[in-house]
Design a protein around this ligand. Structure first.
Ligand SMILES: Cc1ncc(COP(=O)(O)O)c(C=O)c1O
Length: 432
């Protein structure tokens, strides 16, 4: 056992060891929790050089922290990026990633099948900040291309849309983004890097809600931004990356950080200014989650496939939307991008519509009715009346959210117990 940081490439080894240099003094095998706000400077010169990014090291835990540093390095390795910045929630990750790129007057093109919180962040809060987001049907590549104009600074999508499960054609989207010289930003929360690494398919920046599968146990909120290091910020459209920064001795982010310019800028500016800081304890919990991510994801996917097939054959079920069900319209996209499975979140409609859906949810004994996904426990919700309720009925339909849609996030329980609970609730819901 060495105290050097080792360089592995295989998923599980990275998930267990990535980013950690064992402390040579105390030799703690587990990553320690550095529950500290601040770090002793050697002298005034050292303090000043840290603030100007002239030397590497910790200065204040709003900027960086040794526990969170391990998490960030591990996530960057798992997603095949050059660097990462962990923040206090998935919402903070989406906001900081995009606001590092855009300013008032700029535009973003986004696919429309998005998490409700992201949709309202874009349609209301970003609009108030002077950033226009154009929502486009994700499978209509021509419409996406047409929506991009000279003010557009980013293309945004989710790998698997929440809750429509629309799978992004990342290679096609990346081609469009490259043609227009803008970065492709991808929310990979539903898939995790175990099922797909968007950067390998042309994404430039990846964001996560760590709250979901990465944490995996429904205990903590967190988010992360991962920089692929692939985007050319020096293409004439992103002057904030190339202009001299007075606070950085008149050097630009590109000069100082090169291929890491985006992630360094995100941390230095909005990480510092907005203060959406991840606590070291939550960071540590996410490290624990990552260590078992692949083991959990395999069972999540396995259980989800079985529940989807059970519902698909059930006489009381009207429809099931899961990309790996035989005959599903997304079979070929799933095979291409998600060969290990399409995650464990999916939706279905019960015979009897919204009224029956409500009785179904209220009748469940084992499944938990909560506003979350990606927990080890199986969760259920009606998005139209909850997570997507701030969208207008028209916006909901465009996002793939019908009133009666029931979203399941299948956990790690024994499959027999899940099927029995779902079956009894279906019977209750359709009892005349
Ligand atoms: C796809 C997706 N992205 C981002 C978020 C926001 O994450 P958080 O709740 O950690 O802020 C969510 C939350 O459900 C989500 O489903």
């Amino acid at each position: 056992m060495t105290n050097k940081e080792l360089d592995f490439v295989n998923f599980d080894t990275v998930a267990l060891h990535g980013g950690q240099t064992v402390d040579p003094v105390n030799r703690s095998r587990a990553v320690p929790i550095y529950q500290t706000t601040s770090y002793l400077f050697d002298d005034t010169e050292h303090a000043a050089s840290l603030f100007k990014l002239k030397s590497q090291g910790y200065l204040y835990s709003r900027n960086a922290n040794p526990t969170i540093d391990v998490l960030e390095k591990r996530l960057a390795q798992l997603e095949n990026g050059v660097g990462a910045f962990a923040v206090s929630s998935g919402q903070a990750a989406v906001s900081i990633a995009l606001l590092t790129i855009v300013k008032a007057g700029d535009e973003i093109v986004a696919t429309n099948a998005l998490y409700g919180g992201t949709y309202t962040l874009f349609s209301k809060t970003f609009a108030r900040l002077g950033v226009k987001v154009r929502f486009v049907e994700g499978s209509d590549l021509q419409a996406i291309s047409t929506a991009i104009n000279e003010n557009t600074k980013a293309l945004f999508t989710e790998t698997i849309g929440n809750p429509s499960l629309q799978i992004a054609d990342l290679q096609a989207l990346s081609k469009i983004a490259k043609e227009h010289h803008i970065p492709l930003v991808v929310d990979n929360t539903f898939a995790t890097p175990y099922l797909i690494k968007p950067i390998n398919h042309g994404a430039d920046i990846v964001v996560h809600s760590l709250t979901k599968f990465i944490g995996g146990h429904g205990t903590s909120l967190g988010g992360a931004i991962i920089d692929g290091g692939t985007f050319d910020w020096d293409n004439g459209h992103f002057s904030e990356f190339t202009a001299p920064e007075s606070s950085l001795n008149n050097e630009s982010f590109l000069e100082i950080a090169k291929e890491k310019a985006f992630i360094v800028k995100a941390r230095y500016e909005l990480g510092h200014d907005l203060g959406a800081t991840l606590s070291p304890f939550n960071g540590w919990l996410f490290i624990q989650g990552i260590e078992t991510l692949s083991v959990r994801m395999k069972k999540h996917v396995n259980n989800a496939q079985k529940v989807a097939e059970f519902l698909n054959h059930h006489e009381l079920v009207e429809w099931v939307n899961y990309p790996t069900l035989p005959g599903d319209a997304q079979n070929s996209l799933a095979a291409r991008y998600l060969p290990k499975g399409a995650g464990s979140i999916f939706s279905f409609g019960i015979k009897g519509g919204l009224d029956a859906a409500k009785i179904f949810i209220n009748s469940l004994q084992l499944l938990s009715h909560v506003a979350n996904v990606g927990d080890a426990k199986t969760l259920v919700i009606n998005p139209a009346s909850t997570s997507h309720s701030r969208l207008s009925p028209e916006e909901q339909l465009k996002s793939g959210v019908t009133p009666e849609l029931i979203r399941l996030s299948i956990g790690l329980e024994d499959i027999e117990d899940l099927l029995a609970d779902i079956n009894q609730a279906l019977q209750q819901a359709t009892r005349k």
